[in-house]
Design a protein around this ligand. Structure first.
Ligand SMILES: Cc1ncc(COP(=O)(O)O)c(C=O)c1O
Length: 339
């Protein structure tokens, strides 16, 4: 079975397992896990930030950022299709008492005009806009890279208005590889960045939240409160360090294979958008008749697992465990099943 449902389905490779097996560990709640400290410093350094915090998941990382940057009753501007708005269980309301202000966007790319129009006046009738969250790459848009010049415009505007900027960079390394930009070029536009290791980087668990020392101190306290204090987790940090060392440059292979799948889908007339929107490791198929679930099940019968994200869209995600042989087979299955 070929599994393209998500890039979270990868299994640790032998080298990663070895690194985990031989990891020296300490108690991270005491700040004594050497590998966790190394990982936090490395990720923060990559992003040009002062400090990092190792957390179990991307969701916890985003929610710690929201809790640490805002006050209850504040408002957070994000994209209507963002992970924070759609897939985090209403956590900003539950954990931070924050109201979300989701905006429609083209391909997940919010622009300055719509953000400035959404800003609440400084008047006691309104929730105060205190945070803007962007997503790069954008999951629901199909792995689209958020253009840096647009981020720069939004960030300058936000900071002029005393609004903080958070980046859900669960798949930021995809944007780095696709754009050729330094991670710090993105990092310096934000007050916090969340980066995940359990997506296409191939680690079994883990995200790092980065920001200023003051921000990370605050987030550290909330991590404890949210139940995210962990002990001998150098065993997991070892996997993330291995991923940073070995699984970043290879993301280009995932992008190449996604493009090949997209070409096949384009020829079959089911690629959602122009090929130019297949920018990283995701391919979105469109079924305007609303029968995506039926195609998902037909493809499964033929040996290809995909995700019907709603009744009109199917998502395929390339990853570390998807090689050229599987690419050939997946293309054949798509042609035979849909063609
Ligand atoms: C863009 C984005 N942000 C955050 C997350 C949440 O990560 P986790 O599943 O580790 O909580 C995901 C998960 O796929 C994601 O795609």
């Amino acid at each position: 079975m070929i599994d393209l449902r998500s890039d979270t389905v990868t299994r640790p490779v032998p080298g990663m397992r070895r690194a985990m097996y031989t990891a020296e560990v300490g108690d991270d709640v005491y700040g004594e896990d050497f590998l966790v400290n190394e990982l936090q410093e490395k990720v923060a350094g990559l992003l040009g930030m002062e400090a990092g915090l190792f957390v179990p998941s991307g969701t916890m990382s985003n929610q710690l950022a929201i809790r640490s940057h805002t006050q209850p009753g504040d408002e957070l501007i994000c994209d209507y299709n963002s992970h924070i708005f759609n897939y985090e269980g209403g956590a900003p309301a539950l954990l931070s008492g924050v109201q979300l202000h989701p905006l429609d966007s083209e391909h997940g790319i919010l622009n300055l005009e719509q953000i400035s129009a959404a800003l609440r006046p400084k008047d006691h009738h309104f929730a105060q806009t205190s945070l803007i969250a962007l997503e790069n790459t954008h999951n629901r848009a199909g792995g689209v890279v958020f253009p840096l010049p647009v981020i720069e415009e939004i960030s300058t505007f936000a900071h002029e208005h005393n609004i903080l900027m958070h980046l859900d960079g669960a798949r930021l390394m995809h944007a780095v590889i696709a754009s050729g930009l330094d991670p710090a070029a993105y990092g310096e536009q934000f007050d916090s960045v969340s980066l995940c290791f359990s997506k296409a980087l191939g680690a079994p668990i883990g995200s790092v939240l980065s920001g200023s020392t003051t921000f990370i101190d605050k987030a550290h306290r909330f991590r404890k409160i949210f139940g995210g204090g962990m002990r001998q987790v150098g065993i997991l940090a070892a996997a993330c360090l291995y991923a940073l060392e070995n699984h970043v440059e290879r993301l280009a292979e995932d992008h190449y294979r996604a493009k090949q799948l997209a070409l096949t889908c384009q020829a079959l007339g089911v690629l959602e958008h122009d090929l130019a929107w297949t920018q990283t490791n995701m391919v979105i198929l469109a079924f305007p008749d609303g029968d995506a679930a039926r195609w998902e099940s037909e493809l499964k019968k033929a040996g290809l697992l995909v995700s019907a994200v709603n009744d009109q869209r199917i998502r395929m995600v390339t990853h570390l465990d998807f090689d050229d042989d599987q690419l050939r087979n997946a293309k054949e299955i798509l042609k035979k099943t849909i063609g």
